[in-house]
Ligand binder design. Structure first.
Ligand code: SF4
Ligand code: SF4
Length: 151
């Protein structure tokens, strides 16, 4: 029948029109995300045992773990570095961590103006991000040569 397609299409439109909207006016309205959303990565300094498994699991050399050893030869975390500018958010580091010290946060608003602002550094007292904290020796190109990370 002529026009049947239009009637069907309009029927679907009207049905959707009165349903609850799933979109929000971001950034004025922030969406409520599901519990297991993958946003930025977080780190808990007190849980970390400096085992380096997260850094070994990372395919992009995003993580650098600095540690010292105590008198019994046990590793003690000194500082922890992540350059999220190179992160794939694949979650392999989160899976590899035996202490849940590295985890996904719901925070997805990670835009910044400077490349150095994607590099995070944790020590016992604070989180910082600055160009000096880039784990430069960890990032390599396809031939294994270090990539210089300008600001
Ligand atoms: S999410 Fe993937 S790419 Fe990002 S730091 Fe973890 S292992 Fe590396
Ligand atoms: S895998 Fe977990 S405990 Fe081990 S160094 Fe990484 S964050 Fe720390």
């Amino acid at each position: 029948m002529y026009g049947l397609g239009i009637v069907k299409g309009m029927g679907i439109t009207m049905k959707r029109f009165f349903k609850k909207k799933v979109t929000v006016q971001y950034p004025d309205v922030k969406p409520v995300l599901p519990e297991r959303s993958h946003g930025s990565l977080g780190f808990d300094f007190d849980k970390c045992i400096a085992c380096n498994m997260c850094a070994d699991a990372c395919p992009n050399g995003v993580i650098k773990v600095d540690f010292t050893k105590d008198e019994k030869g046990k590793r003690v975390l000194k500082d922890y570095n992540m350059n999220l500018g190179y992160c794939l958010f694949c979650g392999l580091c989160v899976k590899a961590c035996p202490k849940d010290a590295v985890y996904f946060k719901k925070d997805f608003h990670m835009v910044c103006y400077q490349k150095c602002d994607t590099a995070y550094h944790w020590d016992r007292h604070e989180i910082t991000n600055s160009a000096e904290d880039l784990p430069v020796d960890n990032i390599r190109d396809i031939e294994g040569k270090p990539i210089s990370q300008g600001v």
